[in-house]
Write a protein that binds this ligand. Structure first.
Ligand SMILES: [Zn+2]
Length: 864
């Protein structure tokens, strides 16, 4: 017998269909007819069948007032003895006077009042200012993942208990109401002036956490509809954004990506409409609700003046949420311990979506720095690593949302990409299609995924003999961490390739005996092929394998760069380097994002910055020259070249490249003299900042400051960032003096933005903290609290590893221990972590920079 964990439902009652009626009340004045402002009175009728004989129906409800419960069996009311609510796991238990009959259908009708809450989950409220009218507008939205549907209506709130959802939403006439499915019409609400009932079509079988609702004064842009004639695709947003055309791009892209995924898997998106909604406040980036995905507005709207990097991010987030319509929505994880089946698969799918819509960004190249390396980083540290398939007891120990981390997304996505590496793209695609076809409208565990992909892998002979895909993949998903491969030359031509667990911090070697089943792709001088197809496997009962290398050859392991492993000691790399250009772009993307932590912390003091600069700058400048020089990218260029160039310029200027600074100065001076701004949008921040940082006279600083006062919103952030880059103590102080005035900064929110930017300027850290201490009372008075200090401290913490920062923060805490007790703790622990990180790696890295000649395989990848 399988025991059910205490926090899970026993599945003695299985829901088939919900009919939800609800009225979110956003305005006062309806107390007598509907209810008070921020209440959401409603009822839910659940069709459910009994799977076991039980006298108790257990479902979920949280922060809901229950008014009445009736249970009906074949038109007869079963007396309810009482209803109890249990806090810890939000169980709502309906105790009946007689036992349910297994196999029979029951109707459970519950009337309740839930709440349009302030916290941004469940059914929640938020507001924005309508830019056309200046009015504050309230709206209601939802976020149910992972355990919040139970806050809007009583339900069986587990992803495996899928049912059909239907809804009737009460709203005022001047609002729109949206649900997972399309509206089927509306009618006047009897007895309540100016209100209507809007009814919605039934959904497909779905999990409760994907339920969604919006009541708002939003408008929409609609996709052309040519690619997906059966599905109407729209993007909703506050009306002033729609007028600016800011939702046109996302509606079009959403339609293209929905049709791409449908064709890719031969499994169409199943509902008649798909809406993306841009809301001004959202706790997460976006949420993939079935048919009604909700996005933080900055991640969905695209303006004429948006940068290329913004276009990439918007497309990336849409690709992700739409990918979930298949992985997560059509096939859901059985329970949250398998959440990587939703997030990891979708992380992988994102790049297929982007490849189809924005190939100019070369998305699969970006995968390496954006996903693979970040997954490895978290997974390498025993303090943050955990198995991809989450242990049930461990899951209970943390807040359920903390498990939505880089392991679930980026390790998950990288392992799917590794599977595609050894199975090949066509086989992987067939495997995933098989999984979708078999499991659709159901929920899955990871073995379901492995079983379907295994069938295709065996047919195509892509797996080692007598081995299933589960044999290969279980070690990767059930064990925390990943292996490190080492290649060692024995004599002339024999190579030993060995595996051990990779651990990034010192003194934790006990787990090094763990083993994985590893596909190894190789390239040699004689066979310089960089296909991801494995040349051989290291099995999970082997520590190493022996290879014979042709004379005078080099060897590169993980040649396809698809494996979820770092490689040490690739052999004779200098030989390889001589044959190949060092300027390949993807090398830079990967290398530079890996160097970010080092850069932030090394920049604090000159002793450490100089070796880093000496190592990095010649390489960066060489890469810039190879792509056509500092001014290679002109206005209106698009795609990956723009992003790469922006990244290279950013590094070059931050490393005080003379060429870069000269280029920046010329551009800003030309703007100053001619009044014409000719800096491409993606480079504005870096160019303005470099000019301000190296401005000795203060002339540029004053010019940028003047521009800021009159600039349009679309330029303000770049200018303020630039000002905050000043390296001049006097000018930094003058900026700080502005935060409590209205001379430069329009309002307090601009002051907070300035403090955030100043945080990344190492030169400004001590000056800023000192300023806070000296002007403590004025700041608290002006801002009505300590928020600006906390914002600044959090922004500077990632850049600090010296004790002076901690010293100043400690002084602040002593000014008002009560206020600061918890709010500065994250900044303090971040600085302490930086100090530890530097103790662990600082010396080695400095030595590496100084030696300047070691070149790691990790940094190297052929463009594919
Ligand atoms: Zn996701």
């Amino acid at each position: 017998m399988i025991t059910v964990p205490k926090h899970r439902l026993h599945k003695s009652v299985i829901p088939q269909k919900y009919f939800l009626t609800i009225v979110p009340i956003l305005d006062p004045g309806f107390e007598d007819v509907l209810g008070a402002q921020w209440e959401a009175p409603g009822s839910v009728l659940v069709n459910a069948f009994a799977a076991k004989a039980t006298k108790t129906i257990t479902l979920h409800a949280k922060n809901i007032t229950i008014h009445n419960v009736t249970v009906i069996h074949k038109s007869e009311v079963i007396p309810v003895r009482n209803v109890s609510q249990h806090d810890r796991f939000s169980f709502m238990k309906i105790h009946l006077s007689q036992s349910l009959i297994p196999g029979d259908l029951y109707l459970i009708n519950i009337s309740f009042t839930s709440y349009v809450s302030e916290v941004l989950n469940g059914l929640f409220r938020s507001s924005y200012t309508n830019e056309d009218t200046g009015e504050q507008e309230w709206f209601a939205a939802t976020h149910m993942e992972a355990l919040h549907a139970r806050q809007m209506f009583p339900c069986f709130d587990e992803p495996n208990l899928k049912a059909v959802m239907q809804a009737k939403i009460g709203r005022r006439e001047d609002y729109v109401a949206l649900f997972n499915t399309e509206s089927t019409g509306n009618e006047t609400m009897q007895g309540v002036d100016g209100w209507v009932w809007e009814t919605f079509a039934p959904t497909v079988q779905m999990s409760t956490y994907l339920t969604a609702m919006i009541v708002a004064k939003f408008q929409y842009s609609e996709a052309p509809g040519k690619l997906l004639p059966e599905t109407r695709v729209r993007t909703y947003a506050p009306s002033h954004y729609i007028k600016q055309g800011a939702a046109v791009y996302s509606a079009e892209v959403a339609e293209r990506i929905l049709s791409t995924y449908g064709e890719y898997f031969k499994e169409k998106y199943p509902m008649k409409k798909f809406d993306c909604v841009a809301v001004p406040s959202f706790l997460y980036g976006a949420m993939e609700n079935y048919g009604l995905s909700i996005f933080r507005e900055t991640l969905l709207l695209h303006f004429n003046h948006s940068t290329e990097s913004k276009r990439y991010i918007v497309t990336n987030v849409i690709s992700h949420e739409l990918g979930h319509q298949w992985f997560g929505n059509l096939v859901s994880p059985e329970w949250w311990t398998n959440l990587w089946l939703s997030e990891g698969l979708t992380k992988f799918l994102e790049y297929i979506g982007m490849n189809a819509t924005i190939p100019e960004f070369e998305p699969w190249d970006i995968f390496i720095s954006e996903s693979l390396q970040l997954g490895l980083r978290l997974d390498a540290d025993p303090r943050t690593s955990h198995s991809l398939k989450i242990d049930e007891d461990a899951w209970l120990m943390k807040n359920e949302m903390e498990w939505f981390d880089d392991i679930a997304y980026k390790k998950g996505g990288s392992l799917i990409r590794m599977m595609q590496g050894f199975l090949s793209e066509p086989v992987m695609r067939k495997g995933l299609s098989r999984y979708l076809a078999r499991m659709k409208y159901k929920s899955a565990v990871q073995d379901d995924l492995f079983a379907d992909c295994d069938k295709e892998g065996q047919l195509a002979h892509k797996l080692p003999e007598n081995t299933t895909l589960k044999d290969v993949m279980s070690g990767w998903t059930l064990q925390a961490g990943f292996p490190l491969l080492r290649a060692k030359l024995n004599g002339e031509n024999n190579v030993t390739v060995s595996q051990e667990k990779y651990i990034s911090i010192r003194g934790s070697g006990s787990e090094r005996k763990m083993r994985w089943f590893i596909p190894v792709s190789i390239a040699t001088a004689r066979h310089p092929n960089f296909d991801p197809e494995p040349e051989f496997w290291i099995r999970n009962n082997e520590t190493s394998v022996e290879l014979r290398l042709p004379a005078n050859s080099w060897l590169i392991l993980n040649a396809g760069n698809t494996e979820y492993i770092p490689i040490q000691n690739a052999l004779n790399l200098t030989k390889y380097m001589k044959d190949h250009a060092e300027t390949e772009q993807v090398v830079w993307t990967s290398l530079l994002s890996m160097m970010k932590t080092a850069f932030k912390l090394f920049k604090e003091t000159d002793d450490e910055f100089t070796p880093l600069k000496k190592y990095m700058l010649p390489r960066i400048e060489k890469a810039i020259q190879a792509t056509g020089g500092f001014d290679a990218i002109k206005m209106n260029s698009t795609g990956m070249p723009v992003l790469r160039h922006a990244q290279l310029l950013d590094w070059a200027c931050n490393l005080y490249s003379r060429g870069c600074i000269q280029y920046a100065m010329e551009l800003v001076k030309s703007w100053k003299n001619t009044g014409q701004l000719t800096v491409p949008k993606d480079f504005q921040t870096v160019i303005f900042s470099a000019a301000v940082a190296s401005d000795s006279s203060g002339e540029i600083f004053d010019f940028i400051k003047q521009q800021y006062k009159t600039a349009e919103d679309t330029l303000k952030d770049q200018l303020l960032t630039a000002l905050s880059h000043s390296q001049d103590t006097g000018r930094i102080k003058s900026l700080l003096n502005e935060i409590t005035k209205r001379d430069l900064l329009g309002d307090n929110s601009e002051a907070l933005v300035l403090l955030q930017h100043l945080g990344s300027n190492a030169k400004a850290a001590d000056i800023t903290l000192q300023y806070f201490i000296e002007n403590f009372a004025t700041i608290i008075n002006h801002f009505g609290g300590i928020n600006p200090i906390v914002v600044a401290a959090n922004a500077m913490a990632p850049h600090l590893k010296s004790l002076s920062g901690l010293f100043f923060i400690d002084q602040l805490v002593q000014l008002n221990t009560e206020l600061f007790k918890t709010s500065l703790a994250p900044a303090v622990s971040r600085i302490r972590a930086n100090i530890m990180w530097f103790d662990d790696f600082g010396e080695d890295m400095l030595e590496f920079f100084e030696q300047n000649s070691i070149y790691q395989r990790d940094f190297y990848k052929r463009r594919v």
